[in-house]
Ligand binder design. Structure first.
Ligand SMILES: NC(=O)C1=CN([C@@H]2O[C@H](COP(=O)(O)OP(=O)(O)OC[C@H]3O[C@@H](n4cnc5c(N)ncnc54)[C@H](O)[C@@H]3O)[C@@H](O)[C@H]2O)C=CC1
Ligand SMILES: O=C(O)C(=O)COP(=O)(O)O
Length: 528
């Protein structure tokens, strides 16, 4: 039974889903990093929000971990590169808290415009300072959106409803989408000089870190106001502090901070700053949404291999997962066969070509290709899976080519895998029989039909009388029982292949004996 750890404060809905789906779940919010490292090794899945930091150090001590599920959007608290390298899927819930967060940004904009927090504190203190709190209208003001994705678009929609003029800077926003949203697409420079309010809605990545810095803040209209409900780190807090003190910026509303939890930030001392403790996603509705979604996505993956909303892996829908499963097994086995044959040489792989024919060509091929790559690369470099295989291949400069063909041969479905090294090119082909059983149908162009078995012996030999008898005797002398025996040859008297499945791993020394037999060219033990 898979085990999942919930290490942040998730709605109990998530626990209920995991339990209902037969997954053992531990709810331990607020673990210190050392406490997390001490127990993470026992889990297949980790469900988090923004508090848990899934660092390389955590991943290094998590050999069982297959999936990190982020109940929310931002995954900047997860070392996705390390997770990918270790074959751990990272998934998020990209829409569940978007409306809630957009509403918080709008609330923060009103709070700034009318100084609601200060006015509330003053009124509660019995001061009735009616003349102190003079606000500004939002009507007809210009709102500058930095980032116009899910949340930015919802903010734009609400702001248009408030009769604001909305300009957006987002390199990936199309003119068509901008038109649909009723926003004007502009460059950052133009946004800075036009906006009365600026609101940030981008992920925190290298290109967006400190996007509002001393230089860009100086270009803003004097008296502009800034709202950040995306990530601390998008706004340089030192530069913001200076601009708030100098009056260049009239006010800032911050839900997120460079360092969180933020308990002693110099910005807190400024009157024209409104702060909330990363509450963007904190509504009952959003927390229910993201908890349900993350638990279902993680359960789907752990139980059936379905992948949705993964940051580092192609999607596989719940309907596709059972159909793809036997194909993934076929692709991985074919890969494992060529990988093991290639592993004996020391020449580098240049190209891995995967060809899909017939029914296989109609499927979602990305996960199949990833499975084939994982199969090829594991014997060469250990523990490569579908998550990290494409990255490992790319890092090693391997050219991965995917081709589809109409059905041409005798098989209704076929995967052909070719691995090209400096020294040689090896091709294997496989199909599915009885709907879902992987079967090898050729090696290096020689037809040889065999099912994959945990322990196999692969021999190439000259097709001459005498080989089979001597080979059988050698195995019998070593007490090795042959489970199945498959033969193929290129032509009469030419190159031949013998593939044997065994009931147990080959005993020590038998391979060396087989290699000395007359007519044997090479022998290799294989495992699947
Ligand atoms: N305060 C909170 O509690 C919450 C914060 N967030 C944060 O909100 C942010 C946005 O979330 P979504 O809208 O769902 O993400 P999204 O991925 O839908 O949208 C992000 C947008 O930023 C744009 N972008 C990327 N690089 C850019 C650049 N260099 N300059 C300008 N735009 C750029 C992208 O094209 C995309 O349209 C994320 O950082 C997320 O972590 C999300 C939920 C809750
Ligand atoms: O979804 C996001 O990106 C958020 O920032 C929400 O964070 P939280 O889950 O409330 O810690």
């Amino acid at each position: 039974m898979p085990r999942v750890l919930i290490s942040d404060k998730l709605s109990p809905a998530a626990i209920a889903i995991f339990e209902r789906r037969g997954i053992e779940v531990d709810f331990k919010p607020g673990l210190a990093p050392a406490e997390l490292r001490a127990i993470i090794g026992e889990y297949d899945g980790l469900a988090i929000r923004s508090a848990t930091k899934v660092t390389r150090e955590v991943l290094e001590v998590a050999p069982r971990l297959r999936v990190v599920g982020r109940a929310g959007i931002g995954v900047d608290n997860v070392d996705v590169t390390s997770a990918t390298a270790r074959g751990v899927v990272v998934m998020n819930t990209p829409y569940g808290n978007a409306i809630t967060t957009a509403e918080h940004a709008i609330a923060m904009m009103f709070a700034l415009a009318r100084q609601i927090p200060e006015a509330s504190a003053s009124t509660k203190a019995g001061k009735w300072e009616k003349n102190r709190f003079m606000g500004v209208e939002l009507f007809a003001k210009t709102l500058g959106l930095i980032g116009c994705g899910n949340i930015g678009s919802i903010v734009a929609d609400r702001a248009v409803g408030l009769k604001m003029k909305v300009v957006a800077f987002d390199p990936f926003l199309s003119e068509k989408r901008a038109l649909e949203l009723g926003v004007e697409k502009v460059e950052l420079e133009e946004l800075l000089v036009r906006a009365d309010f600026v609101t940030l809605h981008t992920p925190l990545i290298e290109q967006t870190r400190n996007i509002l810095n001393r230089e860009t803040i100086a270009k803003l209209r004097r008296g502009a106001r800034i709202i950040n409900c995306a990530r601390g780190g998008l706004v340089d807090e030192v530069a913001l502090h200076e601009a708030l003190v100098s009056g260049q910026i009239a006010g800032a509303a911050l839900d997120v901070f460079e360092e969180e939890p933020a308990t002693a930030n110099p910005l807190f001392a400024l009157e024209n700053v409104v702060c909330t403790p990363h509450l963007g996603a904190a509504t009952a509705e959003a927390q229910e949404n993201v908890a349900l979604q993350v638990a279902d996505q993680m359960a789907d993956f752990l139980l059936s291999g379905a992948v949705s909303n993964a940051i580092n892996m192609p999607s596989v829908s719940a309907e596709e997962a059972p159909r793809l499963k036997p194909y993934m097994e076929l692709a991985r086995h074919l890969g494992a066969l060529v990988g093991q044959l290639t592993a004996s040489g020391d020449d580098a792989i240049r190209v891995i070509r995967i060809e899909y024919e017939g029914h296989a060509a109609e499927l979602n091929r990305k996960p199949l290709t990833a499975a084939a790559l994982a199969g090829v690369l594991t014997p060469l470099m250990g523990a490569v899976n579908m998550v990290n295989a494409p990255v490992v291949a790319r890092e090693r400069g391997i050219d991965v080519a995917e081709t589809i063909h109409e059905r041409t041969g005798e098989y209704h479905t076929l995967i052909r895998l070719t691995v090209v090294t400096d020294a040689q090119t090896r091709s294997v082909e496989g199909t599915l029989v009885a709907a879902d059983k992987p079967r090898l149908v050729s090696i290096k162009g020689i037809a040889v039909e065999a099912d994959f078995a945990p322990h196999m012996l692969y021999v190439t030999n000259h097709d001459k009388p005498g080989f089979i008898g001597r080979f059988g005797t050698a195995l019998a002398d070593a007490g090795v029982n042959i489970a199945t025996f498959h033969l193929g040859r290129a032509s009469e008297g030419g190159d031949a292949i013998c593939l044997v499945s065994l009931d147990a791993p080959l005993p020590e020394g038998v391979l060396a004996t087989v290699r000395t037999l007359p007519l044997v060219v090479q022998a290799k033990d294989l495992s699947f």
